[in-house]
Design a protein around this ligand. Structure first.
Ligand SMILES: [Zn+2]
Ligand SMILES: [Zn+2]
Ligand SMILES: [Zn+2]
Ligand SMILES: [Zn+2]
Ligand SMILES: [Zn+2]
Length: 320
């Protein structure tokens, strides 16, 4: 009596393709490898010299992937699969189930998902891929393990990035920002609430940062950057560059806050920094935005392509 495992091994040694069809048993007692009965008349040889009698070929179920007749098989999504094919099937990145029939892949990712996980799993708020046991943040965002590993949560880390980006803007674009704004880490819910009070006209749904300036008698009494935590490092740098540009605009430009040009210029500076740092994924994300930020950025890029980067800075300063 074969154990289930050794029976699988025998079937595994069968074959993927029918390589010699029809032979005639003339002499010697050939035995069918599936039913162990002597074969009479027509029989079939599959790869690895596995002999299958006519009756087994006609009556046994077939592997849904390679078509060989089966005595032992796996059942997956109501389909019978031979061991060899089963082991070769791609696996769902969430539930590890072998993927037969329809499954899902996402552009730019080598992972794949079964229909059920694709429909039922939550999505990572950063990369958008289905995720099981992701990290749930208080504002409802979910991060997949890989995005969570890259995300900026710590205040000191964020503060160091703020200093680095301030220095980079000075070095790369001669933008002097003084004093460096204070930094406040918030979640998406908090920034939304804050924006609805302080910048009701902004109309940007997906906010990751906000600059808040208060002056009394021409003197800055408050200069603050609100930064959403849990964003990837590159996004955090882009957001900081954007908000620091608003701080610079306060002293160097008369662009109207929340206007397309005002947001577009800040986004363009952040985009240029991403370009210098080779952050192509971030650049793509910024260019794809359909809101005020994306429209403003594309407008500044048009200006840059026609008249150069200096013309963009002149536009930012010129309104003064
Ligand atoms: Zn047989
Ligand atoms: Zn098969
Ligand atoms: Zn799955
Ligand atoms: Zn992710
Ligand atoms: Zn802005």
């Amino acid at each position: 009596m074969l154990t289930r495992r050794s029976a699988f091994q025998i079937i595994a040694s069968l074959c993927l393709f029918l390589f010699l069809c029809l032979s005639i048993a003339l002499a010697g007692q050939k035995v069918c490898d599936l039913c162990r009965q002597p074969v009479e008349g027509t029989y079939w040889i599959y790869r690895n010299d596995t002999i299958v009698c006519q009756r087994c070929k006609e009556t046994l179920p077939r592997c849904a992937a390679c078509g060989i007749p089966l005595r032992q098989y796996y059942v997956q999504n109501d389909k019978k699969i031979c061991t060899l094919c089963f082991e070769k099937l791609p696996k769902c990145s969430i539930c590890s189930q072998s993927l037969t029939g329809k499954y899902w892949r996402f552009k730019g990712s080598d992972r794949q998902y079964c229909e059920r996980c694709y429909r039922q799993a939550s999505r990572c708020s950063v990369c958008g891929l289905p995720v099981l046991n992701g990290r749930l943040l208080p504002d409802g965002r979910i991060l997949c393990p890989s995005c969570n590993g890259e995300a900026i949560f710590g205040y000191i880390t964020a503060l160091n990035l703020l200093q680095e980006v301030t220095a980079a803007l000075g070095r790369q674009f001669r933008m002097r920002i003084d004093p460096v704004p204070s930094l406040i880490l918030v979640d998406k819910k908090q920034i939304k609430e804050f924006a609805s009070k302080s910048r009701p006209g902004l109309g940007v749904k997906d906010l990751s940062g906000l600059y808040d300036l208060e002056t009394v008698g021409g003197k800055k009494t408050r200069s603050e950057i609100y930064l959403v935590y849990g964003l990837p490092r590159s996004t955090t740098i882009a957001v900081l560059a954007h908000e620091l540009t608003h701080a610079w605009q306060g002293d160097n430009s008369n662009m109207i806050p929340s206007s397309e040009a005002y947001e577009g210029f800040a986004e363009w500076v952040a985009f240029k920094l991403m370009e210098l740092q080779g952050e192509t994924r971030e650049m793509e994300r910024m260019l794809k935005r359909k809101d005020l930020y994306g429209r403003g950025l594309r407008r500044m890029r048009d200006l840059e392509q026609k008249h150069g980067a200096q013309a963009v800075f002149a536009r930012a300063r010129g309104a003064r």
